[in-house]
Design a protein around this ligand. Structure first.
Ligand SMILES: [Fe+2]
Ligand SMILES: [Fe+2]
Length: 258
């Protein structure tokens, strides 16, 4: 069984690239996409939600950019394939998503980290490790075959620790949020797949998706300049994990950075 996990989709360029990639990758059994930057770099709306699912994604995960779309605050809970960070306390939405496909039951959990994620996050979250256990318990009670954890976090150590913490409990732990793919993909001794960050599917010449000149001006002047999503050609950052259907252990994990 092959699973494709796609890193943060940024803006129109990222969406177009996702569409092109999913049209050609026909051997994928299950696909999870992080959509937190799909609406012009900031958040997601119904429009991007439907577009991403229309390309063939099975579940969409989120992150801190949920807060940039105030008009969506009461809408997330209505999007049944959208998993929001389960440990956020002041927004409503699915704390996990279960999908039945190809005779298997898949559970997806999104969690947000506790370090350097911005004040609004740090004030409005519970401990991601404790919440992971809570949500895993609920998924196991539903007899899911596979559990995937998107840990949306800045701190490398927190993500690595989460990987080891969950190595006996889930099938994959992967990081999102930094928009830069890490080269530490591995399969732990329990058969759980891990990578610290999947990376970004968005504009190549940009600072994490933001127009380079705006990013540079922010740093050189120390002033906040309005966010503008870069629109140049997008790269595709993802991981492909193959599992043994009998043992549910990962056989391989491959990085895609094209
Ligand atoms: Fe992101
Ligand atoms: Fe993020």
């Amino acid at each position: 069984m092959k699973v494709l996990i796609v890193g943060d989709i940024v803006g129109r360029a990222g969406l177009n690239r996702l569409g092109a990639e999913l049209r050609t990758r026909k051997d994928i059994d299950f696909c999870i996409v992080n959509g937190e930057n799909s609406a012009s770099g900031r958040g997601i709306r119904d429009k991007e939600y439907n577009e991403i699912l229309g390309y063939g994604a099975d579940v969409i995960t989120m992150g801190n950019h949920m807060y940039y779309r105030k008009e969506m605050a009461s809408e997330y809970a209505k999007l049944e394939k959208l998993a929001i960070p389960a440990n956020i306390t002041n927004l409503n939405g699915n704390k996990h998503v279960i999908v039945e496909k190809n005779g298997k039951k898949f559970g997806v959990i999104n969690l947000i980290g506790s370090f350097a994620m911005g004040e609004i996050i740090e004030k409005n979250i519970t401990n991601p490790f404790v919440m992971a256990d809570e949500q895993i318990k609920l998924l196991k009670a539903e007899n899911v075959d596979y559990i995937f954890i998107d840990f949306h976090a800045e701190a490398t150590a927190e993500k690595i620790a989460m990987g080891y913490y969950l190595k006996n409990k889930v099938n994959a732990v992967y990081g999102t949020h930094t928009h830069v793919q890490t080269a530490d993909e591995k399969i732990l001794d329990t058969g759980m797949a891990y990578i610290t960050d999947v990376g970004m599917t968005g504009p190549k010449d940009s600072v994490l998706g933001l127009k380079t000149e705006i990013a540079i001006a922010r740093f050189t002047t120390g002033h906040y300049l309005h966010y503008e999503c870069s629109q140049n050609e997008a790269m595709f950052n993802a991981i492909e994990i193959e599992f043994d259907d009998n043992t549910k252990k990962a056989i391989s994990i491959k990085r895609i950075n094209e």
